[in-house]
Design a binder for this molecule. Structure first.
Ligand code: ADP
Length: 363
């Protein structure tokens, strides 16, 4: 095989259609893949203007693009910000990706255009975009449902709680022990239900009116620590706050996040141990990595993911109070910021809650 034949074989076996065009836009040569893509034979294209492969509606614009390219030729993708369409011999069209590169010959410049049919890729992108839109709508509907349900359930529940309290105070005067016990159950359960519904309502409200601000995490954590003053004093907790960053974020939500993590670190302490809590942050390339570390009861491997589920608790209310909503708030807040949250932990040794917040100025 001589050199020319080798070149021809390489040219024809290229996976993209390759079209060689003169500086005036006349087709000089095409490879086999071009014939396959456009349905023309090589000889039908040779000598024709490149416009034969472009839908008519783009012709007038293409003349301008062509002139621009010839005045400043360099290897580049065509129309990186707009959709490109190519036209086959039978008039049908396909979405195309086209890369141009100039080839300098002795006295003139010719251009090679590599054409790729991206119909399948476009179809897949469209499918993903449609699925995303659907998911977003479903998520919004679910949030709306949680909001309406929890909002509207509050009123009848309030009535149940007040009347059962009334009944409780009246029945305690007569000595019907069984009736008193039952009424106690009703009162306690409806109060509990009130807490849960309020939790659900709060959850659906998280981030609803979020405002992006430049947030100094040091002062936010200081404020949270001062709000938790009583719990800190009672437990003699030792809290170390390493330097934290200022970042563009939703300030109220970030405050709630730290409040939940620090109050959990205080609450889930091991026996009567003094809580030792360390809050730190480290800059990574594209995000900040925060940690809230404690020496508390720890979390088993199997439970590390479950604890972020709404109303999921690992303990009886008599051991540790709460309704199991704090960490689901944290997860929602971090997801609003486009970050991630997870825990590293060993039972009876302590936990480190990790979360990331991307350095994203336009959330
Ligand atoms: P709550 O504090 O109301 O129980 P959360 O959603 O904040 O709800 O936490 C869910 C569960 O995760 C807790 O019940 C607890 O079992 C576990 N947990 C959270 N934080 C810690 C921690 N710092 N140490 C050990 N367990 C924790």
């Amino acid at each position: 095989m001589n050199r020319l034949e080798t070149f021809k074989a390489v040219f024809d076996s290229a996976p993209d259609g390759v079209i060689v065009v003169s500086h005036l836009g006349k087709i000089l040569l095409v490879n086999q893949q071009t014939e396959h893509l456009f349905g023309y034979k090589n000889e039908e294209l040779t000598g024709k203007g490149i416009e034969v492969l472009i839908p008519e509606r783009y012709h007038s614009k293409h003349i301008g693009y062509k002139a621009d390219y010839i005045s400043d030729p360099s290897p580049r993708k065509m129309g990186s910000k707009r959709e490109l369409w190519a036209k086959r011999k039978d008039g049908s069209e396909f979405a195309a990706e086209i890369s141009l590169s100039p080839v300098k010959l002795k006295d003139k410049t010719i251009i090679t255009a590599a054409v790729r049919d991206i119909t399948e890729r476009k179809k897949a992108e469209l499918e993903i975009a449609t699925q995303n839109r659907k998911l977003q709508i479903q998520y919004k509907e679910l949030e709306q449902f949680a909001y309406i349900a929890s909002h509207d359930l509050q009123e009848p529940l309030r009535t149940i709680v007040s009347f059962s309290e009334l009944l409780q105070s009246q029945c305690s005067e007569n000595n019907n022990e069984a009736a008193n016990t039952y009424i106690n159950f009703i009162t306690n359960s409806s109060k509990r239900m009130q807490e849960l519904i309020k939790g659900l309502l709060d959850y659906s409200r998280v981030g609803k009116h979020r405002e992006l601000r430049y947030v100094d995490c040091n002062s936010i954590v200081q404020e949270v620590i001062s709000d938790l003053g009583t719990a800190i004093q009672e437990s003699n907790a030792q809290i170390t706050i390493n330097p934290l960053p200022s970042l563009n974020a939703y300030s109220l939500e970030i405050r709630l996040l730290f409040q939940n993590l620090i109050s959990n670190a205080l609450k889930f302490r091991l026996n009567e141990n003094i809580p030792i809590i360390t809050i730190s942050a480290k800059a990574e390339k594209k995000y900040w990595h925060f940690t809230v570390q404690d020496n508390g009861i720890g979390i088993s491997k199997d439970d590390k993911e479950k604890i972020f589920i709404i109303f999921k608790r690992l303990h009886n209310r008599n051991e540790y109070e709460g309704i199991g909503i704090g960490l689901s708030h944290c997860k929602k807040i971090i997801e609003l910021h486009g970050g991630e949250i997870w825990v590293e932990s060993k039972l009876n040794e302590g936990s480190t809650f990790n979360f990331t917040i991307p350095n994203n100025k336009h959330l």
